[in-house]
Design a protein around this ligand. Structure first.
Ligand code: NAP
Ligand code: FE
Length: 368
């Protein structure tokens, strides 16, 4: 048995995590960018962060134009504004989108000659401005991963991640997630579930990863519906956020499988949120993975009871409840790309063009 575990962020978790431990941010410098969306001003997180920075005497600018599925365009816009300033660190405040955006902007500001499209290619640079991550959703685990997912000018999602692109500090306070509406709670929770399941069945999974994945899966199975129905119940929010953080640590070690690649075009071209778009393929992709490694897939499915029980769970929370128009042309284009995804290197099973195409068709039939 041989494995590596690399998880550099200093992470504070729990009620008051940022307010109580935020003073550590002062070690990162005196000038910051807060990269965020609009919702952070409504869930208490932006106020907490401003208080922490004001108390430390850190100067900051709030860049609140980070949208869902951050793009090259958004990065170009922010780079233009901030390249003339000396920025010591960036706080990514919000869901996965602002946290991922902060990492990509951190790379671009640390490497002024780098073209935006080259953020994907980590061999072209070797540094990033320090990033602080403060999640307000519980799904991506970006606060504990090295990954940043960015959409290119053609609408394709791509990602990067290497040893120096983890956040330096992370503050995960479940209170910030209490304002998430039901469908966002579902989608982000299902993203975390996919991370745990995919990390478990990945060719790169390790014993420690499997331990964390099992815990995350159990927590999501037992608490996601409760969190969806009782949005302001702290206990449920805490369990789901803990699960999503664990699942983030899982993919930081083992990566995601091709299941994630299946969902990307459904998000960027049809507007279905990342977690939901990923979750709708899980049952079908696991079936193909099983053909090569039944043992590992069965082990994870046992936590649900079996494949049908997993599908029933996904159905119950509403993963298949979306009406989208998917043409045969869409299916063909998506299948061409997904059947060449780099995730295939770590995925069991044969996902050739025909198989991938038939999965897209089958899932299309499940949607309503
Ligand atoms: P998100 O795209 O960051 O945010 C989705 C929506 O939720 C936005 O409209 C946002 O509003 C709103 N929102 C955020 N926090 C809220 C809160 N507490 N209450 C109410 N609304 C809130 O969603 P996400 O699922 O967290 O992140 C998805 C992105 O992360 C995708 O681009 C995906 O590809 C990527 N991802 C990254 C990793 C990784 O390891 N780095 C892993 C999986 C996925 P505002 O925009 O107005 O704030
Ligand atoms: Fe994800």
């Amino acid at each position: 048995m041989s494995w590596k575990f690399f998880e550099p962020p200093k992470l504070f978790f729990g009620d008051g995590a940022l307010i109580e431990n935020g003073a550590l941010i002062g070690e990162l410098g005196k000038k910051a960018i807060i990269a965020t969306g609009k919702s952070s001003s409504k869930n208490g997180s932006l106020d907490d962060l401003k208080k922490v920075l004001n108390d430390l005497g850190v100067e900051y600018e709030v860049y609140d134009k980070v949208g869902e599925n951050p793009s090259f365009e958004m990065l170009r816009d922010a780079r233009k504004i901030f390249e003339i300033e000396k920025v010591d660190f960036i706080v990514g405040l919000g869901g996965g989108s602002p946290m991922d955006f902060a990492k990509a902007l951190g790379v671009l500001l640390a490497n002024p000659k780098l073209e935006v499209k080259d953020v994907y290619n980590t061999s072209r640079y070797d540094k990033m401005i320090p990033v602080v991550a403060v999640p307000t959703t519980s799904g991506t685990g970006s606060e504990v991963t090295q990954y940043s997912v960015i959409t290119d000018d053609e609408g394709h999602k791509g990602g990067f991640g290497t040893e120096f692109t983890f956040p330096t500090l992370s503050f995960a306070d479940p209170r910030y997630t209490m304002t998430m509406p039901k469908n966002l709670t579902m989608s982000t929770g299902i993203d975390a579930l996919c991370h745990a399941v995919e990390g478990f069945v990945s060719k790169r999974s390790t014993p420690i990863v499997r331990l964390m994945a099992i815990e995350a899966i159990k927590l999501i199975k037992e608490n996601l519906e409760n969190a969806m129905e009782n949005s302001e119940n702290y206990e449920f929010r805490e369990r789901i956020m803990y699960a999503s953080t664990l699942a983030g640590m899982v993919i930081a070690q083992s990566g995601t499988t091709v299941n994630h690649a299946f969902g990307y075009p459904v998000t960027t071209f049809k507007g279905v949120r990342h977690g939901q778009a990923t979750g709708m393929f899980l049952v079908e992709t696991l079936k193909v993975m099983m053909e090569e490694n039944e043992g590992i897939v069965s082990e994870v499915l046992e936590l649900f009871g079996g494949l049908e029980d997993l599908e029933m769970f996904l159905e119950r929370v509403g993963v298949y409840d979306t009406r989208i128009e998917v043409t045969d042309e869409d299916v063909k284009k998506w299948a061409e790309r997904t059947s060449k995804a780099k995730h295939l290197r770590v995925t069991y099973g044969k996902f050739d063009f025909e198989t991938v195409k038939s999965i897209y068709e089958r899932v299309r039939d499940k949607l309503r």
